[in-house]
Design a protein around this ligand. Structure first.
Ligand code: FE
Length: 360
């Protein structure tokens, strides 16, 4: 038993060390190191975050939070799935108070593993719309992304596009690019269709997309966009922020790719475009629950939302805050209105359907 725990401690330090060397600009509001004792963490003036975000903007916002509240913020950065695995491994002993990660599919997985707890707050009820948070208040959406269509401007007239369902029409045979089904964004997309249209129609959709795929799924969302420009297909399914990232890339080839693509919001006269969030949940092991809630309140506030969302070209979750000019330039859109908790609840079903229809 003792040996196991020691191995766990080592992992903590290794990961923290990796972050320290991997990031420039560490400051008092950044990374937890071995100097923070478990006793020290119990004081009311600290909050420890596990986060998959690594933006300079976040550091500034967290510094501002610390200045306002006197609460020191320690961040351990890592990949989403690794952070969740780590929380599970550490159990009650975890020093983390807050998990910040992308996609409801993941947040829900953390909830189902008992790694999160309910956090009630009038401020959060006001700042985060009902459909963008967990029905048991175990996580709150902080930024919103849409899973849209991007198309080759030289080959596709946007009037040919309409709905996700239309992508299964034979006219798109060998024209559709989309990544693999082990990707959480696709799982959440199909989970939303199960919620909106029922299981049968969701399955027919997945089968229809497989029939129209330009190639066996491979690569990231951005790779699908690049494949459209390379002529491998005409339409790709991708998250909005990846288009923003391409357009603002330091790699001029990526900027070129973005400029040859149009963005289309599907299902505008029907069920709405699929949306998802990145968000935060107070951990089950939180020793500083109140501070964690205060931090989520701060990040969901009008003051912080614009910057927090803009760091990754996303939409603010707080409806009082306007999206950036770039996002506004893509037009306004009607989103799906389902409670996003359903994306998590239908995840297993979605994964099963993907395997039944042979979506690699
Ligand atoms: Fe992503």
């Amino acid at each position: 038993m003792k040996k196991r725990r020691f191995a766990g401690m080592l992992a903590v330090l290794t990961l923290a060390g990796a972050v320290l060397t991997g990031c420039s600009a560490t400051s008092s509001t950044t990374v937890q190191t071995e100097s923070s004792s478990p006793q020290g963490e119990k004081t009311s003036q600290v909050v420890n975050i596990y986060s998959d975000r690594h933006y300079e903007t976040d550091k500034l916002l967290l510094e501002e939070f610390s200045k306002e509240t006197g609460i020191k913020v320690n961040v351990i950065e890592g990949k989403s799935d690794e952070l969740i695995e780590r929380l599970a491994r550490e159990g009650k002993d975890s020093q983390a108070d807050l998990l910040v990660t992308a996609d409801v599919g993941r947040l829900h997985r953390a909830k189902e593993q008992g790694l999160l707890q309910s956090a009630e707050s009038d401020t959060l009820s006001k700042n985060v719309p009902e459909n963008l948070k967990d029905k048991d208040n175990q996580w709150y959406g902080l930024t919103v992304r849409a899973r849209v269509l991007v198309y080759a401007k030289d080959r596709v007239d946007p009037s040919q596009l309409s709905t996700y369902e239309d992508l299964t029409d034979p006219k798109w045979k060998k024209k559709i690019l989309v990544r693999s089904s082990d990707n959480i964004y696709n799982q959440s997309l199909l989970a939303s269709f199960i919620a909106v249209n029922g299981e049968e129609k969701a399955k027919a959709w997945a089968k229809g997309i497989v029939d129209n795929m330009a190639r066996t799924p491979k690569g990231s969302d951005r790779d699908q966009a690049k494949a459209v420009v390379a002529g491998e297909g005409d339409v790709a399914i991708m998250n909005t922020y990846y288009y923003g990232l391409l357009l603002n890339s330091s790699d001029s080839e990526e900027v070129k790719v973005a400029k040859q693509l149009g963005v289309f919001f599907p299902n505008q006269s029907t069920t709405g475009t699929h949306i998802n969030v990145s968000g935060a949940g107070v951990t089950a092991s939180a020793k500083n629950k109140e501070n964690a809630i205060k931090l989520v309140e701060f990040l969901s506030s009008e003051k912080a939302q614009k910057q927090f969302a803009e760091a990754n070209f996303e939409y603010p979750a707080n409806p009082a805050v306007e999206p950036s000019d770039l996002l506004k330039s893509w037009g306004t859109f009607k989103p799906q209105t389902i409670n996003l908790t359903k994306l998590g609840e239908n995840n297993n079903n979605a994964v099963q359907i993907f395997s039944q229809v042979g979506w690699k």
